[in-house]
Design a protein around this ligand. Sequence first.
Ligand SMILES: Nc1ncnc2c1ncn2[C@@H]1O[C@H](COP(=O)(O)OP(=O)(O)OP(=O)(O)O)[C@@H](O)[C@H]1O
Ligand SMILES: [Mg+2]
Length: 489
Amino acid sequence: FFPVGPETVLIKYIHKLTSFIYPYVRIQIPEYTGQGMKRSEAFTAIEAYLSDSCSQRANKLKADLGKDSSKLILSMDDHEEVTDEFGGAKFWWSSSSRSTRQPQVLSWYPAPDEKRSYKLVFHKRKRQLVLDSYLSHVLKEGREVAVRNRRRKLYCNNPGGSGYGYRSGVWSHVLFEHPSTFDTLAMDPGKKLEIKKDLDAFRKGKDYYAKIGKAWKRGYLLYGPPGTGKSSMIGAMANFLDYDVYDLELTTVKNNVELRKLFIETTGKSIIVIEDIDCSLDLTGKRKQKGKKEEGASEEKKNLPPGQEEKDESSKVTLSGLLNFIDGIWSACGGERLIVFTTNHIEKLDPALIRRGRMDKHIEMSYCGFEAFKVLARNYLDVDSHPLFDTIRDLMEEVKITPADVAEKLMRKSGDEDAGSCLENLIQAMNKVREEEASKQAHASTEEIVKGEEEKSGAEEEEASKQAVRSGEEMDGEEKRGSRADGVL
Ligand SMILES: Nc1ncnc2c1ncn2[C@@H]1O[C@H](COP(=O)(O)OP(=O)(O)OP(=O)(O)O)[C@@H](O)[C@H]1O
Ligand SMILES: [Mg+2]
């Protein structure tokens, strides 16, 4: 027996009384939860769910552009109510927003000015139905609607160059509208099909990845000379999978901690891209040089003011930081991510970075072959065959030309330029490349001959001098000395 004051007893009775008169349960879903600045996923899903079901019923609606920018997506306006039915029960949804602007409070992490939230009200007898099935139904439907309506985004981690304040380390985004697709991408058809199959298997592989105990992600390494379509390939992948793209600029990431923060902030169904990985950082072969570097670093450290050393050490993204980013424990959060690296110099990369399991698939983007050329000809000139194709096929076997150069030649400069003259341009360009190659080779080989001859004549001279020495030895006195000197000179 606990002695309780009269107020407690009173409150207890008031609760009982209100639940008798007002037999409803309320659930509040705020837009931002906890201390994080991250938008609640539940809120987003509910927003989408309600937008789908309320457009028929609510009176006050908000509109925004949908996926193809031609259709308006309606959603519930603030302070609006809709009812929903599920499993024979009725549910009331309402939205509210409350201004929280506090001008006198200065904060490093300013809170959003408005606190928005959704409220769900239902009869307490339906509590079990809500917990067992209604909420999961709402989330599932909502997520599907959100995916259907969403406009894909291109995120980058360099918001206007401001490297300080609460904005640093946060992604900013624009709409992703890259025109490249697998149809416009010029490469060997077999290879293209293989990549498409691989991506498809990945997209559908949720259960498979769970079964084999791997995080649902896949790494691609695209390598090859400039202008062979690595960036275009990333665009095509994003369009094929309908994923968002995160373009990670490593040089602006201050340290490993920030890298991890960026990674956690990425959402599922996305491609994380690091372009020119060999230039981004001194990640190349760092592990091997570690010992040497540390020696040097400790000497440098001596000259730094106290406190500076620590900062310097932690102010870099390191190879191990990047490896953790790719396959550390954090990479399992969220799931369904593709990580793509591009480089022009695969040989410069640390093998640890590109081993299978991290970079599961290595794709070489190379010079334009005849099959790739045909794709470009179809896209740029609308031709599938042409009398000049045979010449081009022969030339392509000899000459290294990038798809970017081919594309440039095939682009119609004026409206009246016909396919034939574009192809002629291409042939001319390839002939020029061939001549240049030939003259370079000729130059190289004449150099070799000259070098060879120099060596040969050098040897002859030496032989002659030896001869002279030998013959001189046979002489005697003054003459001997003189002739030897001649020989040497
Ligand atoms: N395989 C290709 N198929 C179709 N177009 C291509 C292809 N490769 C290059 N192009 C054309 O050339 C341009 C440059 O290509 P892209 O930016 O993809 O090259 P990259 O390999 O990323 O080069 P870099 O290594 O310099 O970044 C593209 O805009 C595209 O028009
Ligand atoms: Mg590129």
